[in-house]
Design a protein around this ligand. Structure first.
Ligand code: UDP
Ligand code: MG
Length: 323
């Protein structure tokens, strides 16, 4: 138990930042922010809701500006185009000022009712509290299957232990927010960064709800791209494993060469062998292309990194004036 934290919560003087990334959520955003405001009012006298409009192409921005911004708790960062959820969260964490930050989706899939439990864990001296989905049964079989393979592969390849099934529904202490903000990389895989910065973390199990309106913006391809970013940003094993494979194949080739020499000396020259040669050439061609491809993945990411472009471009902000 952390007495200082408990006092802040009991006196309702804890400054909470809610970070809400939105992309084409016009149907949800108004109801969601209203509901979030109600929950927030019960929790503290001081809070801010930082909405990041990630280049929505529907009228989300108009809804926010006309219906929500008059409330002084609500702040807005509006991107010039869609930069993706990871970057939207990054911008939210850069701009929020709270003693804790709570990251939450705007589609009602993350239950507001679980927030007090997150805060309770924080008063027990945990610096990061992550939501664990109680089940993934509304997701398609394929998505669950690939998610499992992804987390298994990542767990095997990476030294950073990234909890499976923990999403972006999280509470972060100011220390954690500052630590994540100090990670400057361009290829961002937030779930990896949360784990990489360390600190005392615990889980809260929450029921995933149905999306209330609109549809998910994560296609299979987008998820696959995110999974690759996760693997290539948090492991250098795919890069290094080729030396091992190379040594192994060279060893086998040497042995095979000895066998051929022995065979020729004892039994004379045996001309057939066309199939063996073809298969061997194709096999090694394949291996070489795969290894070059993997090198390419890392080089492409290094290329993006060294250009050192800003991670996002802000079109306009609201509510941050007096900073
Ligand atoms: N989102 C975003 N930028 C994107 C895609 C999604 O800010 O490019 C937001 C979206 O508005 C929602 C949250 O991220 O608040 C989760 O997105 P979604 O519900 O589409 O993902 P899922 O729940 O299916 O993983
Ligand atoms: Mg969702």
């Amino acid at each position: 138990m952390n007495i200082d934290r408990k006092l802040l919560v009991d006196n309702q003087t804890l400054f909470i930042s809610f970070v809400v990334p939105i992309y084409n959520e016009a149907v949800n955003i108004k109801d969601f922010i209203k509901a979030l405001t109600q929950s927030a009012n019960k929790l503290s006298k001081y809070y801010e809701i930082v909405i990041i409009n990630d280049g929505s192409t529907d009228n989300s921005l108009a809804v926010i500006e006309t219906e929500l911004l008059p409330d002084s708790h609500i702040k807005l960062i509006s991107f010039s185009r869609n930069f993706g959820k990871e970057i939207a969260l990054t911008a939210g964490l850069h701009h929020c000022r709270g003693q804790i930050a709570i990251l939450i989706d705007a589609d009602f899939q993350h239950p507001l009712a679980s927030i007090p439990e997150f805060i309770e864990r924080w008063t027990e001296d945990y610096d990061m509290v992550y939501g664990l989905r109680d089940n993934r049964s509304q997701e398609t079989f394929l998505k669950r299957f690939f998610a499992r393979i992804f987390y298994k592969t990542l767990g095997f390849l990476s030294d950073t232990k990234i909890p499976a099934d923990a999403g972006d529904f999280r509470l972060l202490d100011r220390k954690v927010v500052d630590a994540i903000n100090s990670c400057k990389e361009y290829n961002r895989f937030m779930k990896g960064l949360y784990a990489w910065v360390g600190f005392k973390a615990t889980a809260v199990i929450y029921p995933v709800l149905e999306r209330q309106g609109g549809k998910t913006s994560f296609s299979f391809l987008k998820l696959a791209e995110l999974a690759l970013t996760g693997i290539f940003s948090f492991s250098d094993m795919p890069l290094r494993v080729w030396s091992l494979i190379g040594i192994l194949i060279s060893g086998i080739s040497l042995l095979y060469a000895l066998v051929i020499v022995f065979d020729t000396l004892c039994f004379g020259v045996d001309v057939p062998g066309f199939a063996t040669i073809t298969v061997a050439i194709m096999f090694f061609g394949g291996i070489q292309l795969i290894s070059i491809g993997i090198l390419g993945e890392y080089i492409a990411r290094i290329f993006r990194e060294v250009k050192n472009r800003p991670k996002y471009i802000i079109d306009k902000t609201h509510g941050f004036e007096n900073e």
